[in-house]
Design a protein around this ligand. Sequence first.
Ligand code: MN
Length: 213
Amino acid sequence: MKEIALPPLPYAEDALAPVISAKTISYHYGKHHAGYIKALNGLISGTHYETLSLSEMVGLSRELNDPGIFNNAAQAWNHDFYWHSLAPAGKGGEPSAELLKAINESFGSLDNCKKALSQAATRQFGSGWAWLVAKGGKLLVESTGNADTPCRQQYVKPLLTIDVWEHAYYLDWQNNRAAYVKAIVDGHLNWSAASSRFASARDDWRCSNGSRP
Ligand code: MN
């Protein structure tokens, strides 16, 4: 049978410390992310889902209203995308000229874009995610609840995400989600990855599997 594998972390578990500690990553990646994939593999075993890519599983399970598979497939996709949306301090690069132009057209400035993303992350009620996405040449900030993901929409290319489930920050920041979000937005977003995702959106609007643009 075909199984979805847990993708490797793109950095060491302590690479984002002290904003996200090695202990948080060891649980978040090693227990939560791995747990979604294990549950997903159990659910798809022997079904028609086995032949699909992870992003196809997200889309089909949503269409067929199959919440068990949707929640686990979406969380598997979201988490891989999240790890690749973050970078160690000083390693996240800057938006490309092309991405910066779109940011300025959509938000007025990079600062305003960061503010909108921070606000969406901080205000999302309960568990969920904040996203910077491209729709056509336009950039938007969105938030989604629980496992929900923009990956289920057509013609949306996610560029960056921030996990705001408590398991993402509670060991390091307790209930201070705003401080976690600020520390991520100020120093740990992977703008190089966002730029290559944005560049690839010209050719392909579908969500691809996790980390790949
Ligand atoms: Mn998470």
